[in-house]
Design a protein around this ligand. Sequence first.
Ligand code: ATP
Ligand code: MG
Length: 139
Amino acid sequence: MSGNITFTMIKPTAISKGYTGKIIDQVIRGGFRIKAMKYTRLSKKEAQRFYAVHKERPFYESLTTFMSSGPIVAAILEKQNAVQAYRDYIGATNPEEAEEGTIRKLYGTSIEANAVHGSDSDENALVESGFFFSERERY
Ligand code: ATP
Ligand code: MG
């Protein structure tokens, strides 16, 4: 059975370009209920911990530097089949390959600065949510 929560972040470039409000609006219009949300910033060490699954990938160093380069918005989203529904909704990892009208197509600027993160499994959605939010911060 698939779970009903996923975890997302609005990445630093999308924030600095002023897309925060537009992205949150599009998320809500997609039927994702905001269960938790905060404006915060990752240290380099925290970004390395968050992306530890990608440690061996060639983009790990650059990605963790980028993700700690400025503030982000972290959120837990609720919807039926949330993980897959949100991945479909935001579009492909590379904004150039993302479908028209998706968040990554509209607001992504490169494969790294692709506007938003979305969990890739129910298990990781729980781990990533726990990285940022206590139980009492979830509504
Ligand atoms: P996310 O996990 O952020 O939702 P994803 O699951 O679509 O994205 P992953 O393969 O998990 O993609 O990669 C994690 C992140 O690493 C991507 O969102 C992107 O920012 C960055 N990334 C992925 N592939 C590359 C690449 N080839 N070059 C640079 N950065 C990359
Ligand atoms: Mg991923």
